[in-house]
Design a protein. Sequence first.
Length: 238
Amino acid sequence: MWRTLKEDIQTVFAKDPAARSALEIVLCYPGMQALWLHRLAHFLWKRHFRLLARLLSTISRFLTGVDIHPGARIGRRLFIDHGAGVVIGETAEVGADVLIYQGTVLGGTSLKKGKRHPSVGDNVVVGAGAVILGDITIGDNVRVGSNSVVLKSVPPGATVVGVPGRIVEDHRRPLQALEHGKLPDPIAEAIRHVLKEQEKLKERLRALEPIRVAAGANKPDKRRNAVDSKKKPHIISP
């Protein structure tokens, strides 16, 4: 138990440069407090003390602002940064070394009693306000951009942004941290691609312009000649 608590505190030091002391983490980090209370609630849930487990999770939500269902399975070294507004559903599964920012939702899209929440792999980073819905799988080392809405499974190593979430990178490499300012923008990329193609078309038109002008100068104006041929000659009387 103590080894697990020590590991959690070390995780905060590794992932949050604002952390200054172990005492500060214990007293002032709602994400850690919610995680510790969830472990106790999950212990009760597995032993079929369901009402007591739900009551404890409700108290945890009131104290920390983090709503984790006692049935959710949470891996080691999870860090919930800031914590406010995080929701993790009953059948959600979260792997090891996951970093979750405030406002994240791991929600369900079905009324069935079975698996209806996401399964998140190891070493995943979920940006602030991201929503992951349904019985889908988020692979290892995935980055989910802030405010993204993910509705389909994501392969390992990918980066997902947008509404609905789209894969914009697929490096298959270990992820260390989420740099929100460096995430790609698929809409901006599409606009840049269109503008680039437009410039290519302009260049082709410029190259064809001299040919068109030269061809027009050498070609007789059939329409004008036809009009001139219909005109009657003007005879001046003596």
